[in-house]
Structure formats: C-alpha cells, structure tokens
Design a protein around this ligand. Structure first.
Ligand code: GDP
Ligand code: MN
Length: 378
C-alpha cells in the first residue's frame, strides 16, 4: 500500500525526523490562505499523487507571493501525472537547499533483510545515477537482530558526510526512519531528496513510504491512510462479487473460470500478438447473474473492444454455462464481439446451443484466442 507524501511526512514528524510545516489544500484559494498562514517569503506547492516524478511533470513549484501560490495551485490541480489526476496539493515552507542526497530503506529478498541505500547525488535524476553510475549508490544490509545501534548509524552516516555535526544529524535520521520502517511493517521508506540547508541542517524535503499489504491487519493506523485509486476501487468492487480481477492495458476483455486458465488465456493472447484488458477469474458455477456482473465489469472499461470467454466445464456443465450466457446476454446491451470457447463436460451440447446466436463459438483455446486477437485489431 502506498501513501501520499504529506501522510509520510506526518509519520516522519511523529518519529522526530525533521520536515517543514505543511498545509493540505484542495482549492487554489486555500493555497493563498496557506501562504499567509505559513508566514514565510517562499513556499513550495506540491502535487499529492501516489507516484513519483512530480517535479519533472510540473507538479512542484516555488511561489513568492499569495497570488503566485494560488496560480501554481490552480495549474497543478489541473494536472494528471502518470495517469493520476491531482486533487490536492501541499503548501510548505521552501527550503534553501545546499545539496540533495538520496536515502532509503527497502526490503531486499537476496540478503533477506532490510537494506539501507544512500547516495550523495540525490534529487530528480536518481534513476539516471542508478543506471549510469550504480557504484555511486551505497548499500548496507541491516541485520534484523542488531538493527541500527549508534555505532552503526554513525558508521553509515560517515559515508555521506565528514562534518561531525552533520554525521550526527544523519545518524539520528537513519535510526528514526529505521524504527518507523520496522514499527509500521513498511516495505519502502525513501527520502529523496534529503537536503542540507545553507546553515548546515539536514531535512527531508520529500517522503515516500509503502507498506506490506499482508501486515495491514495489524497496522490499523496505516490502513486508515489508504486511499484507493480508481482502478483499485473497481478491483475491490469485483472482489465483493466473488471475482479475482486485475485491470491491465490491452483491448481483449477476458472472462475465465479458474486462475490457472485465466493466466494461460492471457499468455495465449500475448502469444498471438494481442493484449489482455484484464485478468478475471469468475470462479465456478454457470449462474447467469454472475455472467452479467462479470460482463458489466468488463464493459465499464472503454478500452475493451472484444470479450473472450474461456470456460472449462468440470462440475459445472458446458450446456449449463451456455444457457447462463444466453439468458445473461438477453439483458445486456452491447454490440461488442463475444468469442466463446467451452470445453469439458457436455461441451458439444453447449456449443450447439450457441450456434446461430450473437456468440462466435470456437472449438479450441488457440482458435478462440486468434479470433479475439483478430477482432481486437479490426
Ligand atoms: P518528486 O519529483 O516527485 O520526487 O518531488 P520532490 O519533492 O522530490 O521535488 C522535486 C525537486 O524539487 C527536488 O529534488 C528539489 O530539487 C525541488 N524542491 C522541492 N522542494 C524544494 C524546496 O523547498 N526548495 C527548493 N529550492 N527546491 C525544492
Ligand atoms: Mn522526490
């Protein structure tokens, strides 16, 4: 689970990690008020979206007056960054930055531990540093039984700083962030940039945290910060209907019974040069209501150009599935081509019931997939 920068900074603040005061705003007018409330010359307006790269997308702007704060807030609130519409911003006191550093704690499956990553070249180009000069990023595995006692925190801090005062500041930030990470079952805690100010203070200018979904049952405080994206809302609604559903980027809507068959269907679509619009396992039974719910879910996605129904009849008989499909589509209003492949118990009877109807019936999985890929490209 991801949280916003402002939420992560509230956690930072409660653990004593230095951050600037911030005010959350939903309207440009609120940003102007926030400017006055912060009572400082220069503020930063920052988009609050669950993705990085806001700076490069125009989602981070400095403002030196109330009018400027309002204008920037208005522009940023109209942006969509990497598919995420910006609905809120923070206004925060600007920092006079001397240098930008990178630091993060992340779970590393190779060392089976948390690792600390640090780099003296932090900021918006960290991806480029990681790609072109990975040796500039220091990595230290943290023994879970030892954690980050003073001597280790200082040893790591000396990697970025020589000045004792700054070493001590960083060591303290490392210890506090590590404690936050462990306490809250995080999978990532990142400060990029961690900055030094002109008067030698260390400060977190950005904050990013993600949490282990499997630990949320024991983290009610973190769970309460959850804000589902539009896709996650659709996935949650699908789960409530008994489906497993994951939205993807392609055009072929898939309705399949069984997770293994659903995976195989997606692989086959890719093999024939198409792209699945989703993963959908509708489980067993031929209940027409289930088919209606599943089709409604698929048709909500404007990208879906064709639907591929791939059913293996085991205990559920194929003729039952066919009559379920027929009665479901009496109620559904759509012109989208629907390709059906039925196999297993009573498959012949099932297929015969669908001949001469709106469905395009295929005998094998590869035939059905090729038909769906062809229809998606028309
Ligand atoms: P991101 O692009 O989503 O990672 O957003 P950040 O919060 O990291 O901001 C991007 C960049 O904006 C930072 O690397 C800084 O260079 C700059 N920036 C952010 N806040 C301030 C600030 O208070 N003062 C100054 N001078 N620059 C800032
Ligand atoms: Mn950042």
């Amino acid at each position: 689970m991801k949280i916003h920068e402002y939420q992560a900074k509230e956690l930072f603040s409660s653990y004593g990690i230095p951050v600037k005061e911030q005010i959350l705003c939903y309207e440009p007018g609120e940003a102007a008020v926030a400017y006055e409330e912060l009572d400082t010359e220069c503020v930063v307006i920052k988009a609050q979206v669950l993705t990085g790269g806001r700076g490069k997308a125009g989602g981070v702007k400095l403002a030196k007056s109330k009018e400027e704060a309002k204008d920037h807030a208005k522009n940023i609130l109209g942006l969509t960054i990497k598919g995420y519409p910006v609905t809120k911003v923070i206004v925060t006191e600007a920092v006079d930055i001397a240098s930008e550093y990178y630091m993060s704690f992340i779970i590393d499956r190779n060392t089976k531990s948390v690792i600390l990553m640090m780099c003296a070249e932090g900021g918006v180009d960290i991806e480029e540093v990681a790609e072109k000069t990975p040796e500039k990023i220091y990595k230290f595995a943290i023994d879970p039984l030892i954690g980050l006692p003073d001597y280790l925190a200082r040893k790591f801090a000396f990697v970025l700083f020589q000045d004792l005062n700054q070493v001590n500041q960083l060591a303290s930030i490392l210890q506090k962030l590590y404690k936050l990470f462990i306490d809250k079952d995080a999978s990532l805690a990142e400060i990029n940039p961690l900055v030094t100010t002109k008067d030698g203070k260390l400060l977190a200018v950005d904050a990013k945290m993600t949490f282990d979904d499997n630990a949320l049952y024991r983290q009610p405080e973190i769970l309460s910060l959850f804000e589902p994206t539009e896709d996650e809302k659709v996935e949650t609604a699908a789960k409530e209907k008994g489906f497993s559903f994951v939205r993807l980027d392609g055009e072929i809507g898939c309705m399949v019974n069984g997770a293994g068959l659903a995976m195989a269907t997606m692989d086959m679509i890719k093999l024939y040069g198409g792209a699945p619009a989703n993963f959908l396992d509708i489980g067993g039974s031929s209940n027409p209501n289930k088919v209606i719910d599943a089709m409604t879910l698929l048709l909500k996605d404007p990208k879906v150009k064709v639907v591929l129904i791939n059913i293996f009849g085991g205990i559920t008989r194929c003729d039952d599935v066919a009559s379920g499909l027929l009665s479901a589509f009496e109620q559904l209003k759509t012109d989208i081509p629907v390709i059906v492949r039925l196999t297993g118990t009573n498959e012949k009877e099932g297929r015969e019931m669908l001949l001469g109807t709106r469905f395009k019936v295929a005998e094998t999985m590869s035939e059905a997939t090729r038909m769906a890929v062809a229809a998606s490209k028309e």
